[in-house]
Design a protein around this ligand. Structure first.
Ligand code: NAD
Ligand code: IPM
Ligand code: MN
Length: 369
């Protein structure tokens, strides 16, 4: 029997609450379909800092490098807000992304028909929405050097972050965007700010050059600020949006609200495929954070985490049928009017994290057996 090695990193706040609902699905798949998942659980974020003094230990990094896929919950919280930049919970997530070279972050924003009312936009603008934000995840201002605060000696300090991109980094994310667009509606919108940033000029130039290999895909360029505006004005005009690390972070939170809630948006972070084995590092994480305002209350929406697991089935394990069934189960439960508080609407039944997870698991079980 195939064994599939999963590393679970639940993290902080609502991370562990959402992860528990995915663990149910993993057990279910092993039991009903003999899927052969083997899980190990590690510490990340504040939870790791409290034990190891670092937001991820070297030992857990080693597990991450050998797992077939990593499922990541969320990190951060007020308890660690005064930590130094190097030991903040978020640094564990950044180390995972950088050390595993997870350069391609797929953030699909899909508006389930049942949730069109939960969006802050009018139904007709979001009904049937299916766009993919492809965020470059290992470069740009997140990792550029220097990154420092220096004392100027006159009572002033100077903070510097540095936006850096090299050709190969833009080339590989552009290639990923065109390849993904080919499996979808064949359109890529590249967003940067070439009017102010030289990295934007280079980004635009390299994406245009890579496009020559993909004449069947339509390419358009948009300034990122205008792109943000277009995302809320007429989001269905987009298919794949490819953009840098920081713009991708902000644009995907905006896109989340088109789908009803940040609690709905999954993501996949993929590394390059090994040329001989085809294996790639991969981590799956919801777009939302640890939600300190609702953690411990049992009310968090687990769908972003569950849909991230569905992306793991698709991209790491090639279990396309199972991934489709899991997505269909999410849609079915929403259609039945079962809602967590963040996506609640009139006439629906409000449930907590565990009941939402149970309802999805029940529907999934029926589809698997
Ligand atoms: P957040 O995503 O944690 O929360 C923003 C808002 O959305 C909150 O009101 C929260 O209650 C709500 N929300 C988020 N996920 C939800 C869910 N599943 N169900 C229902 N409601 C949900 O962002 P924030 O408050 O800006 O950040 C909190 C902490 O999380 C910070 O420390 C931040 O750095 C961290 N963070 C971590 C990640 C990650 O681990 N990938 C992502 C974003 C933020
Ligand atoms: C995200 C988060 C992270 C980011 C933080 C927690 C480091 O906001 O995954 O969207 O900024 O990339
Ligand atoms: Mn973010």
């Amino acid at each position: 029997m195939t064994t599939r090695k999963l590393l679970l990193l639940p993290g902080d706040g609502i991370g562990p609450e959402a992860m528990a609902e995915v663990e149910k699905l993993i057990s279910l798949m092993n039991e009903v379909a003999g899927s052969g998942f083997e899980t190990e659980t590690g510490l990340v974020g504040g939870a790791a800092y409290d034990v190891h003094g670092a937001a991820i230990s070297d030992a857990d990094m080693e597990l991450a490098k050998t797992a077939d896929a990593i499922l990541f919950g969320a990190v951060g919280g007020p308890k660690w807000d005064k930590n130094s930049y190097e030991t903040r919970p978020e640094s564990g997530l950044l180390r995972l992304r950088k050390d595993l070279d997870l350069f391609a972050n797929l953030r699909p924003a899909i508006c389930y028909p049942a949730l069109a009312e939960a969006s802050s936009l009018k139904r007709e603008l979001v009904d049937g929405l299916d766009i993919l934000i492809l965020r470059e995840l290992t470069g740009g201002v997140y990792f550029g050097l220097p990154k420092e605060i220096t004392e100027l000696g006159n009572g002033q300090k100077r903070g510097v972050d540095t936006q850096v991109y090299q050709t190969y980094e833009i080339e590989r994310i552009a290639r990923a965007a065109f390849e993904l667009a080919r499996t979808r509606r064949g359109k890529v919108t590249s967003m940067e700010k070439r009017n102010v940033m030289v990295t934007g000029v280079l980004w635009n130039e390299v994406v245009t050059a890579v496009h020559a290999d993909y004449p069947d895909v339509e390419l358009e360029h948009m300034l990122a600020d205008a792109g943000g505006m277009q995302l809320v004005r007429a989001p269905k005009q987009f298919d794949v949006i490819v953009t840098d690390n920081l713009f991708g972070d902000m644009l995907s939170d905006i896109a989340a609200m088109l789908t009803g809630s940040l609690g709905m948006l999954p993501s996949a972070s993929l590394g390059p495929a090994d040329e001989t084995t085809g294996r790639r590092n991969a981590m799956y994480e919801p777009v939302h954070g640890s939600a300190p305002d609702i953690s411990g209350k049992g009310i968090a929406n687990p769908i972003a985490m569950i849909a991230s697991f569905a992306m793991a089935l698709r991209y790491s394990f090639n279990m396309i049928e199972e991934a489709d069934k899991l997505k269909a189960s999410i849609a079915e439960v929403l259609q039945a009017g079962i809602r967590t508080g963040d996506i609640m609407s009139e006439g629906a039944r409000q449930v907590g994290t565990v009941e939402m997870g149970d309802a999805i698991a029940e529907s999934f079980r029926a589809k698997l057996s």
